[in-house]
Design a protein around this ligand. Structure first.
Ligand SMILES: [Zn+2]
Length: 323
């Protein structure tokens, strides 16, 4: 399945990648309205790995619809709690709007007045599409970190883009080959083009999602190297999640990188941010992939365990003990 069909922007406007601007129905576009709706009526309520989840469903859900939605949410929560060591936030409200199609998304997540997500779901969606879905885990990743100023939307979108397939792989929902294919096929879309003024000033789709994801991949490598293999980016992100409590907090990027760096006794997050925020930085992706031991041969992703960072590559998709 081709991933990243829809893009979610923090402002609440949602854009389909290859079609004209498309706004969500007004009543589903306001987190205050969704918050109040969830207080009045909730179709599903359950706890997962330290998080309380409330789900409202718009569009006449049948008992089967409810069962399928709960299984879908639980599968996503299982992946995200593998990565963060617990569910992203203590309390999460989800509004699912059922429609007549078979698609998942678009979706939008807010952190005010509480952690809230709205997601569209076609009631004819197949079980395999729900099982293979990335949208739910992408939104759950947004819940886990504090919100940051809009100019740095790439910081959060890149994080969700980077973490989502890794979280699913750590729970065995994706193979390592599927995870790293995204680096081979999609990450080049994040390289700066002519006229780029750095990640904080160049708000294109490629730079926001894949330029952001490259930032986090470089941070992963830098943290691993500077700690002699002791720490991973995951340790920094878990610390940011615990200290902030998730996306109900609003932090500066500097505060976020400071907390993450402190947890892994380094300065990778801050120094990469400084280097990339105001300047175009082209990443030598060929070299990065070679160091990780990742290549594509005859259309298949191949791994080389003799590569200098093969140990990091293997550990990234391996379940890490809660810290
Ligand atoms: Zn997003």
């Amino acid at each position: 399945m081709k991933r990243r069909r829809f893009l979610q922007w923090a402002g609440g406007l949602t854009i389909a990648a290859s079609s004209p601007l498309r706004a969500i129905a007004p009543s589903d576009d306001d987190p205050e309205d969704i918050f109040n709706r969830l207080k009045q009526s909730t179709e599903l309520r359950f706890a997962v790995a330290g998080g309380n989840i409330s789900v409202a469903i718009a569009g006449n859900a049948s008992p089967l619809d409810k069962l399928r939605i709960e299984a879908w949410v639980r599968r996503g929560a299982s992946a995200i709690s593998a990565y963060f060591g617990r569910f992203s936030v203590e309390n999460w409200g989800l509004l699912v709007t059922l429609n007549d199609g078979d698609h998942i998304g678009p979706a939008t997540t807010w952190g005010h007045p509480s952690s809230i997500t709205h997601i569209n779901l076609g009631r004819n969606v197949s079980d395999s599409a729900l099982r293979d879905d990335w949208v739910m885990v992408h939104e759950m990743t947004h819940l886990a970190l504090p919100r940051v100023p809009q100019r740095s939307a790439w910081f959060m979108e890149g994080n969700a883009t980077y973490v989502e397939p890794i979280a699913r792989a750590q729970r065995g929902q994706l193979t390592p080959q599927e995870v790293w294919r995204w680096a081979v096929d999609d990450m080049p879309k994040g390289q700066p083009r002519d006229g780029d003024e750095g990640l904080d000033h160049t708000h294109t789709w490629g730079r926001t999602y894949w330029g952001g994801a490259m930032y986090w991949l470089l941070a992963e490598i830098a943290i691993y190297k500077s700690s002699g293999g002791r720490y991973r980016l995951q340790d920094a992100l878990r610390a940011i999640n615990r200290k902030s409590g998730g996306n109900t907090s609003f932090w500066s990027v500097e505060q976020t990188t400071f907390v993450g760096d402190a947890a892994v006794h380094g300065n990778a997050l801050e120094s990469l941010y400084r280097a990339q925020k105001d300047r175009p930085v082209t990443v030598d992706l060929t070299d990065v992939l070679q160091q990780l031991g990742i290549s594509e041969v005859d259309g298949a992703i191949r791994f080389d365990d003799r590569a200098p960072l093969a140990g990091l590559r293997r550990s990234v998709t391996t379940l890490r003990a809660p810290t």
